[in-house]
Structure formats: C-alpha cells, structure tokens
Design a protein around this ligand. Structure first.
Ligand code: KIV
Ligand code: ZN
Length: 519
C-alpha cells in the first residue's frame, strides 16, 4: 500500500470511496453486511486508497460491517465515520481494531447556520470539541481525518482557525465537504487555494474534498479542488449518495486520466474494474444506472448517428475520447454455459470478487446457475452477479412458490400466486391493470403488508431477447424504504420475485441507532 502522505508531494490523488457510508444514506440503499463486504472486495480490486466502510456508532449492524471489512481488506485503508464525540470515536476505533491500515474520520459542523441551529454551540466550543475529538482519535489510531461539515458555507477565517488546530492535534487529512452541494467550481477551487496558502501548518496534512451533487457540480468542484492543491477526493460508485448523490468515482477518475495532458494528475485506480463495480453496486442497491450516465451508462460508448458510426469505424478517436475496454466494457464475454462444472463456476465467481462463505451457499447458487443455464444458453458476468444479488442473506418470511399468469390482448390479466408465509402455503387469484399489476395485487392479497409501491423499474441484464430482466421494486412503510431485486428470463416472474424480496427486506427491519440521527 502506498502511503497517503506521499500523495501531496506528487501528482497522485488519493481516492476515498464512501459508497458504503454516504452512498448507503440514499433512501432505500441500505445494504447487508455481506453485501457491503462484497462491494468492499471489489473496491479493493479497483485499488481504491481508502474505503469508508460505515459509521460504526450508527447501529450494531454498521459496527459489524465495519469490523468485517476491517478484518478482510488488506490493500486499502478501512475507515469509519464518527461524530466528534468520545462514544463515537471509541466505537469506531473498536470496529477498526483488526484493520491492517485503519482510519478514524471525525467531523463537526463549521458553518454559522449549522453551529447556531443544529449544534447550538458557539464557534469557540466547536473548535474545542474538534480538537478534543482529533486528539482522542489519534490516541487510538495513527491515521485520523477531520471534516468541517458544511465547509462550503463556512467562513474562511473560521475554517483557517479550526483546521490549524485540528492539524496540530494530529489530523493527517483535512476534509472540506460541500455538504449541501452549494459550491461553484471557481469559488470552491479558490477556497482550497486560500486554505492551503493561509493555514501555517497546511503542509502537515493532505487536503481532501467531499462534494455533493445538488447542482450537478460535484465532479466539477472536485476537479477544481485538485487543480488548487487538494490531494484526496471523496466519491462514490455511480455517484450514489444522500439526495442528489456524491461526486461519481468513475467520472472523477476518468476525468483526471483522460485529461492528464492538462491536469497532470492521476489516481492508482485500476480502471478496467470500473464497469463491473458499477454493475455490482447497482444490482445490490437496486439503483439502476441511467443509460446516458457518463462512463458506466449503457449508452456511454454507443453511437446512434450514421455520421458518428462511420467516423468511429474509420478512426475510433473521431468521436471517442476514452477506450471502452479501459473502463471495463466489452469484458462481458460469454463465460459459462449449461455444461460448465462447479469448479469453473466457483473460479469465475471468485474472479468477479464473489466468494462463498459455506459449501451450502456455493451449492445453492450453483443450482440456481444450472436452472438459469437451462433457460438461457449464454451466461454472462452480469448474469452471475445477478444470481448472488438475488440470494440475499435475509430471513425469507415470504417465499414465491408458484405463479401462473393469464394475459391476452383486450382481456383482463389474471395472476394465480402461491406464496409461502413462514413456511405455510397460501393461494390467491387476482386481476389487475396489467400482468405485473395482477401479480403484485395477488402477493399483497396474501401478505397484507400495507406498504406503498414507490418505484418499479425493469432493465435487461445483458443484450438479446433471452436476456434476463432485472426488476427493482421500491416499497415504503412507516418511513422505511427498501429496494427489492429480482431477475429472471421472464419479466413478470422477475417482478414478482422483486416484490417478494422487498417484502422480506421490510420484515428484516434493519434499525439504526436513533441517537446518531441524520448525518
Ligand atoms: O456531506 C458531508 O458533510 C459528510 C461528512 C460527514 C463528511 O458526509
Ligand atoms: Zn456527505
């Protein structure tokens, strides 16, 4: 592992990925420990420098996830968020104990509006608490990051004062978040420049930025910051995150790499793993990637116009500024089929960063792979990823046992569903406005969940008419939002599976510590 301290003196920008922490703060994006672990392994393969694995104090589940990731990941630093409170810091340190390289990330708000209304503290008290927190964290962990929450709306003089003291107290990384996504690139770049010039001990720390995307400027602001001397960027895969999300890892990394001629900066990211990681995050969280999303959207390298197609065929660079293969496109080769054995299956899964904790888990997934291979001749990497995403490690209160759909043009669709509820079989027939509607009504007729359907989306996992449809169903109940996923070569079956998955997630009831509140 390269030391993050080296970064400032050279042209390398440290990539701090917060998909598992800020990304998880997107409504409905909560992930289980095993899912987080799987993403963390992919982030390590991507060569992310720092993985923010969670917020250990938020819940026992978050603590477990940070602890599991700290015990597993060897080639990236593992970090836990903590408020500037003794209890949070101690909990983060405890969760990070097994880490080969761990970091405590502590934060407190520094903008006038946050200090007055949220913290109800005087600026001097905020400085005192920040210094105390950094010292306490340093006593337990050599690598400490301090964030000035809402720095984008904080006063420059105050930022200079608190940051100087935080560095003196032992913070090795100083993070400047644009928490509400308010900054403009030229202003934000100037803020970084001012901080680096005015703070006397600025050379003792790496300056980092953490930009939210409320005005669609998170990546632009991050680029402006590194041009002005920041050497760490906090970002998420697919730009996942609170509200409009965080700076997108893939866009920032490829912006830097593609325009190295002008920026003269780079990261250590192994870019060929970008698309597979994006797919994994999308399938686990149930957040589809929009087709025209830069780098990882299905159309990012597609050319529709005849003039463009002609140009690309004659000379790729006429219309393409990046190579699709460099970010992991076109690596989606046919990998397995009906005759593939257990070993080939296991090996390919491991290459995709998917490991099996128990022989039963391997057997069960292999059985489902065989079933799929019976229906679908060519099995692609994306199909394999969908297989494991479906089999989430949650208790199955509801289980789809059988379904028959009758649907004809001009007629009323009818769904006959058999659903196991805690092992007990229930049958129902329902009609609906369409086949999917009939299936959902039938399931609800048995489950009586009282949940609201908030989102229904269908995507093809690979191309071709025998491609599996991947369905996301978002349900909300009493303020809790979950995203269920289902995939199948039959879209109606995929939809029913996704609905049942969402119901099971609602039942699994992941609770956060109410004390931590919203971050
Ligand atoms: O957006 C923000 O300010 C944060 C901090 C906790 C770093 O996520
Ligand atoms: Zn944030």
């Amino acid at each position: 592992m390269t030391s993050h301290r080296d970064a400032r003196s050279n042209d390398r920008v440290v990539i701090f990925d917060t998909t598992l922490r800020d990304g998880e703060q997107s409504p409905g994006a909560s992930m289980t420990r095993d899912e987080k672990l799987r993403i963390a392994k992919n982030l390590e393969r991507l060569q992310v420098d720092v993985i923010e694995a969670g917020f250990a104090m938020a819940s026992p589940g978050d603590f477990d996830s940070v602890h599991a990731i700290a015990s597993t990941i060897k080639n990236s630093t593992v970090c836990s968020l903590s408020r500037a409170l003794d209890s949070d810091i101690d909990r983060a340190a405890e969760a990070l104990k097994p880490a080969e390289s761990g970091r405590i990330h502590t934060f407190i708000a520094t903008s006038p509006i946050h200090m007055k209304y949220k913290l109800q503290m005087e600026p001097e008290q905020v400085i005192e608490q920040a210094v105390h927190a950094v010292k306490r964290a340093r006593n337990q962990c050599a690598d400490v990051e301090f964030s000035c929450e809402d720095a984008g709306r904080s006063e420059l003089d105050f930022l200079c004062r608190i940051i100087e003291k935080a560095i003196d107290a032992g913070a090795g990384t100083i993070n400047i978040p644009d928490t509400v996504g308010y900054a403009l690139p030229h202003e934000f770049g100037e803020t970084i420049h001012q901080l680096l010039t005015r703070i006397p001990n600025a050379d003792k720390a790496i300056f980092s930025v953490h930009c939210h995307n409320d005005l669609g400027l998170a990546v632009a602001n991050s680029l402006a910051a590194v041009v002005n001397g920041a050497r760490q960027v906090e970002c998420t895969v697919n730009g996942l995150g609170e509200r409009a999300g965080n700076a997108s890892l893939e866009e920032f990394v490829m912006g830097l790499r593609t325009r190295k001629d002008s920026l003269q900066l780079d990261t250590r990211i192994a870019s060929e793993h970008i698309v597979p990681t994006s797919r994994l995050v999308s399938s686990i969280t149930g957040f589809p990637v929009q087709p025209n999303k830069a780098i990882v959207g299905a159309n990012a390298f597609a050319h529709e116009s005849g003039i463009h197609q002609d140009g690309v065929l004659k000379h790729r660079e006429t219309y393409e500024i990046m190579n699709a293969e460099d970010v992991g496109w076109n690596t989606n080769k046919m990998v397995l089929g009906k005759l593939s054995g257990r070993n080939a299956f296991k090996t390919r899964m491991e290459e995709l960063g998917i490991s099996f904790e128990t022989p039963e888990h391997l057997n069960d997934t292999f059985k489902r792979f065989k079933k799929l291979a019976d229906k679908k001749r060519d099995i692609y990497d994306a199909d394999l990823q969908a297989l494991v995403t479906e089999a989430r490690n949650i208790e199955e209160v509801f289980k789809l046992e059988a379904m028959t759909i009758h649907s004809q043009m001009g007629g009323t669709p009818e769904a006959h569903i058999t659903l196991l509820v805690n092992g007990e079989s229930n049958d129902i027939i329902s009609t609906g406005d369409g086949a999917v509607d009939a299936a959902f009504k039938a399931i609800e007729g048995i489950a009586c969940s009282g949940a609201q359907l908030e989102l229904y989306s269908v995507n093809a996992i690979t191309s071709g008419t025998d491609s599996q449809g991947k369905v996301t169903v978002r349900l909300a109940r009493k303020g809790r939002i979950v995203n269920g996923n289902g995939s199948d070569t039959d879209v109606i079956v995929a939809s029913a599976k996704a609905y049942v998955h969402a119901l099971n997630l609602l039942e699994s009831g992941k609770k956060r510590n109410p004390q931590t509140g919203p971050i």
